[in-house]
Ligand binder design. Structure first.
Ligand code: AP5
Length: 216
């Protein structure tokens, strides 16, 4: 089963994708994670993407569809895929259709996480992760049990994304409204869109997604 998780920055796409990977053995394809890895490694893609990401704008369609195509080539046909943060433009949606068709795959669902944008700024600006194992935390919603020590690996080092400040978040949301939300009709025309309440707590959002996937 191949799905897209769609929603604005902070809607919970990465959180829910991680839970589906753990519970269903699906594979998460996050273009944000891939681009951050490229920036960290200092690859040509990373060098091209760094300033664009830090400004909260979208990296070029050619770059992101290129890295998705490369990743699909590395995967076998067996696992279900979760597209997290891709596609984000009409051109990317067209590329994904082609990339999947060329591999004999098709989308089963496009799950839109419906959220209140004002709440998202708080979600994103409070977010931080363990620098060693990547476990996610939040200043208000999810602090480590012992403040300053990662619950999972015991590390005392944490990091925040450079694009997780209030000003950049507003730009990212404007990009979502202008370029990503308009791709929904492409999927609505195919009967693929399912909408769920992304403001419910994390476990309830997972249960709502499972309810949709369970019917497949
Ligand atoms: P990307 O990494 O994809 O960021 P994003 O879409 O802005 O999404 P986020 O990762 O911020 O949020 P999320 O929806 O995954 O929420 P999360 O689960 O973390 O992209 C970053 C940049 O890369 C882009 O701006 C662009 O420059 C570039 N890029 C990436 N893909 C691209 C593409 N296809 N084309 C062009 N450019 C691209 O949750 C957020 C917080 O909320 C966490 O703290 C979490 O614990 C908490 N939380 C989650 N769910 C809940 C809940 N239900 N209740 C309470 N708290 C919750």
């Amino acid at each position: 089963m191949d799905i897209i998780l769609l929603g604005p920055p902070g809607a919970g796409k990465g959180t829910q994708a991680g839970r589906l990977v753990a519970e269903r053995g699906m594979v998460q394809l996050s273009t944000g994670d891939m681009l951050r890895a490229a920036v960290k490694a200092g690859t040509p893609t990373g060098l091209a993407a760094k300033a664009v990401m830090e400004a909260g704008q979208l990296v070029s369609d050619e770059i992101v569809s290129g890295i998705i195509g490369e990743r699909l080539d590395e995967l076998g046909p067996e696992p279900g895929l979760i597209f997290d943060g891709y596609p984000r433009t009409a051109a990317q949606a067209a590329s994904l259709d082609e990339l999947l068709a060329a591999r004999g795959r098709k989308l089963d669902y496009v799950i839109e996480l419906m959220v209140d944008e004002d709440a998202l700024v708080e979600r994103i600006t409070g977010r931080f992760t363990c620098a060693k194992c990547g476990e996610g935390y939040h200043d208000v919603f999810k602090l480590p049990a012992v403040v300053g020590i990662c619950d999972v690996c015991g590390s005392t080092e944490f990091k925040r994304r450079p694009d997780d400040n209030a000003e950049t978040v507003r730009t990212r949301m404007a990009e979502y409204r202008a370029k990503t939300a308009p791709i929904l009709p492409h999927y609505e025309a195919q009967g693929l869109v399912r909408r769920i309440d992304g403001m419910a707590d994390i476990a309830h959002v997972t249960a709502a997604i499972e309810d949709i996937l369970g019917k497949a």
